[in-house]
Write a protein that binds this ligand. Structure first.
Ligand SMILES: Cc1cc2nc3c(=O)[nH]c(=O)nc-3n(C[C@H](O)[C@H](O)[C@H](O)COP(=O)(O)OP(=O)(O)OC[C@H]3O[C@@H](n4cnc5c(N)ncnc54)[C@H](O)[C@@H]3O)c2cc1C
Length: 566
């Protein structure tokens, strides 16, 4: 028996009332559940409202230009009343019914197209899966390519060119002061990004990955809703929605207060910049702005910069920047931020807290937060913590076996190379292959000047865990290559397990430390000892020799430095 039912405006989010901009259906039309019936416009976006019923439209109660709100009547519809038998059947067959009303189906849905997401999608497609990659932004590459690793490294390269030219003044080569055209600099950076964006789109097309642009929210553990418009059913899913910069509670909204994304889009170089947070991202941006001419102050809550890295690396780095930056305030908290006409007034709190000061810009760089809290995980049964971090096993599976998670939303370390390695494992396991994330170590790099890189066990961890270790350090002041690039502050350090003699960790500070650290990572993965490294012939003169010299020093066979016998 047909019965007349009402379709009302659903909860559209944080809006009092919205304007109807299109009516997509008419009287007597047959529609199915999930089919769009009207379009409304909010100040943020235009949203299609779908029907939640299947049947024949009896009357349409809204027209273009009407303002409606949650619960307003949109239309009445004649539906077929279900018998109790039908009802039971529909419950039993929920999965297949869901499929029938969804717009699209896929073997593997990958949510988020950052390094984790696109790598997973590409690997799974290479393994023969039918893959749909969903991304809210119009381009692929995620934070890393668009507002992270790549743009920051382009600007750090520009900074390094300025600094190297300046440094050569002491050695008889004088360039005039650089004239910085920020527009052109930004254009160069944007061109690099867009070249790589195009490259990723091409790679997706070549692999026949189905790209869908829109914001995905889970409706269930087998279905995702895109932009509130269409749904996609999936057999398996890899979540790779990444992270966003954390904001400072209580900070006012003012465009002079930057985050890592806005700091990468320089329009004007501040005279005075305060960087809140002495972690890697803040210090990399401090390095860029310092070279471009800003006076830099860094404020850090704890007693040292770059938490997690060994203190000898950080001490050398801090000594280097202390001479160059205006101030480095440790053990200091920012207690108040006010916008005033002449800039941003910042008040500090702490043992030796400095006086309040006005800066042209303030960069808030206090960490990153997972995007896992706004994707409807509560509808999937996946376990996640209050910070939106999802726990995964070595196969990158969540507690819901057909759903995997990779990248920043699986927690620290939030690094692109961790995301890509996890992604390959997730794609392989999803496609039925045997695979596991069993990397022993994940290297960390601060691309500051000087660069700092470390991998494996740190001395901090070795002491905490009571691990019996030996240390061997080679100072770059004794490296011909380091002196030839006019630098002598760096060093290379290796840590060995005292019992087995195997390399268990290492740290490097100096230019290109980020490139050099891979050798130590490989040594740890390959179970190498000092002889394995020392007997590997390293080209001369290179900075890579310092790794071999540190190994030889451990063996007591180093000739490039005199180390008295113990
Ligand atoms: C300034 C800066 C510099 C950095 N430098 C380095 C570096 O040198 N080396 C390094 O290893 N790491 C660096 N990082 C960190 C690195 O960018 C991240 O670790 C990496 O991008 C994480 O990859 P991911 O795939 O997990 O997530 P992301 O890169 O964050 O990608 C997630 C993607 O998911 C999309 N998304 C989110 N929610 C949804 C949704 N609901 N629906 C659809 N799409 C969605 C996002 O738009 C995004 O494209 C840097 C970060 C910043 C901010």
């Amino acid at each position: 028996m047909p019965k007349t039912e009402e379709i009302l405006v659903p909860d559209l989010g944080d809006f009092d009332k919205v304007e109807v901009t299109e009516v997509l259906v008419e009287v007597d039309q047959n529609i199915t559940s999930n089919e769009n019936i009207i379009t409304v416009e909010t100040d943020k976006a235009s949203i299609d409202v779908p029907s939640d019923k299947t049947g024949k439209i009896h009357s349409v109660k809204v027209k273009v230009g009407d303002y409606i709100k949650k619960g307003s009547l949109i239309l009445t519809i004649e539906t077929e009343a279900k018998s109790s038998v039908d009802n039971k059947k529909s419950k039993v067959n929920k999965a297949s019914k869901d499929k029938a009303t969804s717009n699209q189906t896929t073997d593997l849905l990958v949510l988020g197209a950052g390094p984790g997401g696109y790598t997973a999608a590409f690997r799974a497609a290479d393994l023969g899966m039918n893959v749909t990659l969903v991304e809210r932004w119009p381009v692929l590459g995620g934070v890393c390519l668009n507002v992270g690793c790549i743009p920051s490294k382009a600007l750090l390269h520009a900074a390094s060119v300025i600094d190297q030219a300046e440094a050569m003044k002491e050695h008889g080569i004088n360039f005039s002061n650089p004239k910085i055209e920020t527009k052109k600099l930004m254009l160069w950076k944007e061109n690099i990004i867009s070249k790589l964006n195009t490259g990723l789109s091409d790679l997706a097309n070549q692999r026949k990955v189905n790209l869908v642009h829109g914001f995905g929210v889970f409706e269930s553990s087998n279905r995702i809703l895109i932009d509130n418009k269409k749904s996609i059913d999936f057999e398996k899913c890899i979540i790779a929605v990444g992270s966003d910069s954390a904001s400072l509670p209580g900070a006012p909204h003012d465009e002079r207060i930057l985050n890592s994304t806005t700091a990468l889009n320089l329009t004007k170089i501040p005279k005075k910049l305060l960087v809140i947070g002495g972690g890697i991202i803040g210090l990399e941006m401090a390095c860029v702005y310092h070279s471009l001419g800003s006076s830099i102050t860094v404020v850090e809550l704890t007693d040292g910069l770059i938490p997690g890295a060994d203190r000898d690396l950080v001490a050398t780095y801090t000594k280097y920047i202390r001479d160059r930056y205006q101030n480095i305030f440790l053990n200091t908290k920012v207690s108040k931020i006010q916008t005033v006409k002449s800039g941003i007034k910042v008040t500090f709190e702490g043992q030796d807290s400095p006086k309040a000061e006005i800066y042209d810009n303030v960069l808030v760089s206090i960490g990153r937060k997972s995007n896992g809290n706004n994707i409807g995980l509560e509808n999937t049964g996946i376990l996640y913590d209050k910070n939106g971090i999802i726990a995964v096993d070595k196969q990158m599976r969540t507690n819901v076996p057909h759903i995997f998670a990779v990248g920043d939303l699986t927690g620290d370390p939030m690094l692109a190379h961790k995301a890509t390695h996890q992604a390959k494992v997730a794609a392989e396991v999803a496609s039925g292959a045997r695979s596991a994330f069993d990397a022993r170590v994940i290297p960390s790099v601060a691309y500051t000047d000087p660069e700092i890189a470390w991998v494996g066990l740190t001395e901090i961890e070795a002491k905490e865990k009571n691990i019996n270790y030996d240390k061997s350090k080679f100072p770059w002041a004794a490296s011909g290559r380091s002196l030839a690039i006019s630098r002598d502050e760096g060093f290379t350090k290796l840590l060995f397990d005292k019992d087995s003699g195997k390399v268990i960790g290492g740290g490097i500070i100096g230019p290109y430390a980020g490139d050099l650290i891979s050798e130590i990572a490989l040594a740890i993965e390959m179970d190498s000892d000092a002889a394995d490294i020392g007997m590997t012939i390293h080209p001369h003169p290179t900075l890579s020799e310092t790794v071999a010299f540190a190994a030889e020093a451990h063996e007591g066979i180093l000739t490039d430095l005199y180390i008295p016998k113990k």
